[in-house]
Write a protein that binds this ligand. Structure first.
Ligand code: FPP
Length: 250
């Protein structure tokens, strides 16, 4: 029996966030250049996106390129941008075939013009899909996002459009790039690293964290299913007691 059948479809996480880590180590271990690992990482993206869509997951956010990644050697940054352009161009038919809608969060203005153009076209071409929402975090970092939100809120207050006393947690949510998406219930990080690395710091407040030693280019839908099964075995208490949570569930 495939592992997929052990998943309780009634209790799927609506939103899964993934830190795709280990591409460089995967390539180096094979005596290859780091970019070789990134190119293979795209196969994992394709596999888990189609796997999640088949299962009925509504949102996946992938940390594809962080604000800090701009500081990598130029050849790697350029290689990743080329990969981004190539991938988007090639994968749009797969997205449409699987009813997947592409979204992007991050400081997209920093991307090269060719990447921006390709991205805009893909966003447009997948905009009427109604299945999985695939959110690519590109040139993204949580501290950047929160700083932008604070600036926007301060501007509204200064212009008299928002009262300080009216600011609550929903206000903040509405100024984040993830406005309109539910918070992730599950966050997966591959490659045996135990960090959040400036990813969705506000949104992951109550997410279940799942870490695996598998390097991203080896990660496949079966690994995603394993993470979901692990998530389904956890008791999510949101600060309450176990007894309180069980009473609500029964
Ligand atoms: C982290 O591995 C991975 C990235 C910085 C890039 C992830 C990108 C993809 C999987 C390709 C899809 C994305 C685009 C832009 C199309 P690492 O390089 O930090 O690996 P290491 O920790 O082993 O060095």
């Amino acid at each position: 029996m495939s592992i997929k059948h052990s998943i309780n479809i009634q209790r799927l996480p609506r939103h899964i966030a993934i830190i795709m880590d280990g591409n460089g180590r995967w390539a180096t271990s094979k005596g290859e250049d780091r970019l070789y690992g990134h190119w293979h990482g795209v196969e994992s993206v394709r596999d888990i996106a189609t796997g999640a869509a088949e299962l009925g997951i509504k949102y996946i956010t992938l940390y594809a390129f962080s604000t800090e990644n701009w500081d990598r050697p130029a050849y790697e940054v350029n290689g990743l941008m080329e990969l981004l352009i190539e991938t988007i161009r090639k994968e749009v038919p797969t997205l449409n075939k699987n009813n997947i809608k592409l979204h992007v969060i991050g400081n997209v203005s920093m991307l090269p013009d060719a990447a921006k153009a390709e991205l805009n076209e893909a966003l447009q071409e997948t905009s009427s899909n109604t299945g999985l929402n695939l959110i690519m975090a590109l040139s993204y970092s949580s501290r950047w996002e929160i700083t932008e939100a604070v600036k926007a809120i301060a501007t509204e207050v200064k212009q008299g459009k928002l009262q300080v006393n009216d600011i609550n947690q929903d206000t903040i949510k509405n100024y984040l790039t993830t406005k309109g998406y539910p918070d992730p219930e599950l966050m997966i990080r591959t490659s045996g690293e135990y960090r959040i690395s400036n990813f969705l710091l506000y949104q992951l407040a109550y997410a279940e964290l799942y870490f695996t030693d598998t390097l991203w280019p080896d990660f496949r839908k079966e690994d995603l299913y394993k993470a979901i099964i692990d998530y389904q075995s956890r008791e999510r208490r949101f600060g309450k007691t176990s007894e309180q949570v069980k009473k609500v569930d029964s």
